[in-house]
Design a protein. Structure first.
Length: 290
């Protein structure tokens, strides 16, 4: 896994040219294939049920990461981040996400093991989040009003323009942050918000720390290549958020009813695949009509 991340960095760390969609799609397929191979490993060493749990968790995390990507596109567009700098921002953003996720997962699993009633809190939160997404309108995105951006600008001096791909520069013996650093902080804050939704969602599938974290890792590690692959075709996923909201409501209800009604992981997996497929097909059909 570490080797794959290094190779991925090598491909996406070129400064001489912009990443092509073909390269991004290729690496997206590579990461999906690596997740498939790992799932085979889980199947042979831990059994069929655990393999289903990994795949279901991976699918949930991958789906939510696509929604995360669309927010990243808005952030990069708002700050006018040059394409050749985006790979560096995503690399450091993903490393930070991996650290945050392991903390969230370990704490979440331990809390559920010690305080079972928290599963109802997590489930209710997911249902609320899913309903909130359904009711959301397409408001204009303005990072400058974000409290995280305001905090960064209060703590650091920020240069008015980009300084190459540098996060910090020195001027007159004073340390200045660059707009690229502000973007990295925004990406990290965005992932933190998404983690609050995704971690409880995957805990509805499994409370095994190994399964929960590895499914998160494989979903996150392919995030950079998936970003470059989807950056130009986001219009084909206009109904994806509705599919994700239905999935969050479903897994939330599953957590709330876990002591009364045990829904097999196979049924959960089938429901998630069907919901995502319908959302994508509806988006493609709407795009063809317009």
């Amino acid at each position: 896994m570490v080797l794959m991340l290094v190779l991925d960095l090598g491909v996406f760390h070129r400064k001489s040219s912009v990443i092509t969609i073909k390269e991004a799609l290729l690496w997206t397929c590579v990461w999906v294939f690596m997740a498939f191979l790992f799932n085979v490993f889980v199947y042979y060493y831990f059994g069929e049920e655990t393999a289903f749990e990994f795949f279901t968790g991976y699918l949930i995390e991958k789906s939510l990461s696509v929604d995360n990507i669309f927010v990243m596109i808005l952030i990069f567009t708002y700050f006018n981040v040059p394409s050749e700098y985006q790979h560096k921002v995503l690399f450091w953003g993903i490393l930070g996400a991996l650290v945050m996720r392991v903390t969230f997962i370990l704490v979440g699993v331990e809390l559920i093991h010690k305080f079972h009633w928290l599963i109802y809190i997590f489930g209710g939160f997911l249902v609320y989040t899913g309903i909130r997404i359904l009711k959301q309108d397409d408001t204009k995105f303005d990072p400058e009003k974000n409290p995280v951006v305001k905090l960064v600008r209060k703590v650091f001096r920020v240069t008015p323009t980009f300084e190459g791909d540098q996060f910090f520069v020195r001027r007159n013996n004073l340390l200045w942050a660059t707009p690229l650093f502000v973007v990295v902080v925004m990406i990290e804050a965005t992932d933190l918000v998404f983690a609050v939704d995704s971690i409880p969602a995957i805990l509805s599938v499994s409370d095994d720390s190994f399964i929960v974290y590895t499914s998160n890792v494989f979903a996150i590690l392919g995030l950079r290549s998936l970003y470059f692959a989807l950056a130009g075709i986001d219009k084909y996923f206009i109904y994806l958020k509705y599919g994700l909201s239905v999935i969050l409501i479903f897994v939330g209800l599953k957590m709330c009813l876990s002591d009364v009604l045990k829904i097999p992981v196979e049924i959960s997996l089938a429901f998630i695949i069907l919901t995502l497929s319908l959302a994508v097909l509806a988006s493609m059909a709407m795009q063809r009509k317009s």
